[in-house]
Design a protein around this ligand. Structure first.
Ligand code: AMP
Length: 283
C-alpha cells in the first residue's frame, strides 16, 4: 500500500499505473470502522486498484466545534486500510486541497432543502466541492459511498449526472452493530451510558417501517415516532422523515408499489447521529 499527501504525487503514480486498471475510489474522513470496510470490500469486488482518501473536509462542517472534535486516528486508519487490501491512500492536508478557499458554490436546489441540508446549511456545498476535487484528482472508474448518508448519495448521483462524470456510482448498504446501531466514526465519542441509548434510532426506524407496512398513514407514523422521543433524557430528535429515496422530498401517502426511505437524525448527549432504512418497492 502506498500513501500520498500531495495531489501531484498521487496523480503521477496513478498515471504510471493506469493501463487496463479499473480504479475504485472510496472517499472517507478517516477514524475508520467496519462501515468503511464494507465500502473497501465492495470496491475490491468491482475494481482492481483501490484508492481510499482520508480527508476531514473543513468546508463541509457548519459547526466549528464539530470539526475540531472530529476523531483523527491516522496510524490506526493506515493499519486497517492495509489489512483490508487497499492499494493507495490519498491523505492530503487542508492547505493541499484548499490553497485558497473555493469561490464556487454549488446549489443543489430541492435536494438540499430537506433534512441534513436544512439542519446543516452549507454542508452539501462543501461535500460536493470535495467530491468533485477528489474525482478530478483520482479519476476513478467507480466510486463507493454508504447508504448510511442517503441524502449525500442523492446529491452525488445528481452531481455525476449534472457534470457528466464518466463514473459508476456504487451505494453500499449500511453496516451495523448487532444491536442495530449503524457503525459511525462519531460512535467513539459516546459514553458507555450513551452507547446503550444509541440503538434507539434504528429501533425507531424499524418501528416506523412496520407501522407503514401495517397500514398506518405517513402522518400518523411520523407523529407517533416523533412523540417517542419526548422526555428521553440525553436524547434529542432533530427530524424523523419519510421521503422519496431519490428526490429526498417528503412523501404524503405510502403504498407498497413505491420505495421510500425513513430517515432520522438526532443527538445523544452532544454527539449527533444519523441513520435511515429503505422500504423497497415490491417488484
Ligand atoms: P465518513 O468517513 O463518515 O465521511 O464516511 C465515508 C463513507 O463511509 C461515506 O460514503 C459513508 O456513507 C460511509 N459509511 C459511514 N458509515 C457507514 C456504515 N455504517 N455503513 C456503510 N457505509 C458507511
Amino acid at each position: 500500500m502506498v500513501v500520498y499527501q500531495n495531489i501531484s504525487e498521487v496523480r503521477n503514480y496513478l498515471k504510471s499505473s493506469k493501463g487496463a486498471k479499473n480504479i475504485g475510489l472510496v472517499p472517507t474522513m478517516g477514524a475508520l470502522h467496519q462501515g468503511h470496510k464494507v465500502l473497501i470490500d465492495a470496491a475490491k469486488a468491482k475494481a482492481d486498484l483501490i484508492v481510499a482518501s482520508i480527508f476531514v473536509n473543513p468546508i463541509q462542517f457548519n459547526n466549528a466545534s464539530d470539526y475540531e472534535k472530529y476523531p483523527v486516528d491516522v496510524d490506526n486508519d493506515l493499519g486497517l486500510l492495509k489489512a483490508w487490501g487497499c492499494d493507495i491512500v490519498f491523505m492530503p492536508q487542508s492547505n493541499e486541497m484548499y490553497g485558497r478557499k473555493p469561490i464556487v458554490e454549488i446549489n443543489h436546489g430541492q435536494l438540499q432543502k430537506t433534512m441534513e441540508g436544512k439542519f446543516k446549511p452549507g454542508h452539501f456545498n462543501g461535500v460536493s466541492i470535495v467530491v468533485i476535487k477528489l474525482l478530478n484528482i483520482i479519476q476513478p472508474h467507480s466510486v463507493f459511498f454508504g447508504q448510511k448518508d442517503l441524502q449525500q448519495v442523492a446529491i452525488i448521483r445528481q452531481l455525476i449526472e449534472d457534470f457528466s462524470f464518466d463514473i459508476d456510482l456504487n451505494v453500499v448498504p449500511t453496516s451495523r452493530e448487532i444491536n442495530g446501531l449503524a457503525h459511525s466514526s462519531r460512535n467513539r465519542r459516546l459514553s458507555e451510558k450513551e452507547r446503550k441509548l444509541a440503538p434507539l434510532f434504528h429501533e425507531m426506524l424499524l418501528k416506523g417501517k412496520e407501522m407503514l407496512l401495517n397500514g398506518m398513514t405517513v402522518q400518523e407514523t411520523v407523529s407517533t415516532i416523533t412523540a417517542e422521543f419526548d422526555d428521553i433524557e440525553k436524547v434529542s430528535l432533530e427530524y424523523f422523515e419519510i421521503v422519496d429515496p431519490i428526490t429526498m422530498q417528503k412523501i404524503h401517502q405510502f403504498n407498497e408499489e413505491q420505495s421510500v426511505a425513513l430517515c432520522i437524525a438526532g443527538s445523544i448527549g452532544d454527539v449527533r447521529l444519523i441513520d435511515n432504512i429503505l422500504v423497497e418497492r415490491l417488484s
